[in-house]
Design a protein around this ligand. Sequence first.
Ligand SMILES: N[C@@H](CCC[C@H](N)C(=O)O)C(=O)O
Length: 287
Amino acid sequence: MEIPFVKLHGLKNSYIFINLFQFQLEEEMLAPLAIAVADRDTGIGSDGLILIHPSETCDVGMRVFNLDGSEAMNCGNGLRCVAKYAYENDLVERDTFTIQTKAGQVEAKVHGSKAHVHEVTVDMGAPILQRELIPMLGEAGQEVVDEVFEAGEEQLHVTAVSMGNPHAVFFVDNIDEAPLYTQGPVITKDLRFPEGVNVEFIEMVSNKEMHFRVWERGSGVTQACGTGACAAVVAAIQNGKAPYGEEVTVHLSGGDLFIRWEKDGSVWMRGAAEKTVSGTFYWEHSA
Ligand SMILES: N[C@@H](CCC[C@H](N)C(=O)O)C(=O)O
């Protein structure tokens, strides 16, 4: 099978994009295809697969698959890349348009020209803070803010936030000493999070600046996570470490994102999106 693709990344969080306005794929192919394209030896190499598809309710639709083939409800870096692709490739004409995700609808605004979109702002909608909706086990109806979290020998404190997908945020004193590779792969599968969880470690630099590292559910360590950066800023505000309504700079391994949470309202994400490769993926699918 010959599959046309484009590779884009948001701050080095890279995905293979397939345009389903032009190409059809069977549902049962999607998970194995995600694993195949993401493979850095035998595939193209990426953190996963994103499908850009026609939508009945929005200007375009997006589906996201992690490196291990699991499907996610949302992807912040993917949304900026989809917006760039859709505008540059005339799937949309206006510079502000809607994108459907499995978690709901968002609005994106591209910055730049039809020839080159360099940055995108996305209204990510309101975070979901109620424990059972994240979802996290425990007493329903409460927010999970700075809660004691036993993790093996360590006692951590977690703040849990959903941006359509679940995030467990841990504040640390020194980002270089965060237990990313020891706790990340364990907490992501912790049974207290019945759907698994993306794990973020945050060092506050000031009330408007933070360092960020992530272990993504289904993909492991990545250079950036857009929904994770949104969740981290929400968590910082819930913990009194950052203000409502002001842009916070998040330093991820792959670059910076600029996030603002309006009180009782939306989280806004602004950042770069880049295209690197396009081509044909040759795939022998064995059903
Ligand atoms: N990298 C993404 C998030 C991708 C999905 C995540 N791993 C999940 O399973 O929820 C982002 O930029 O938000």
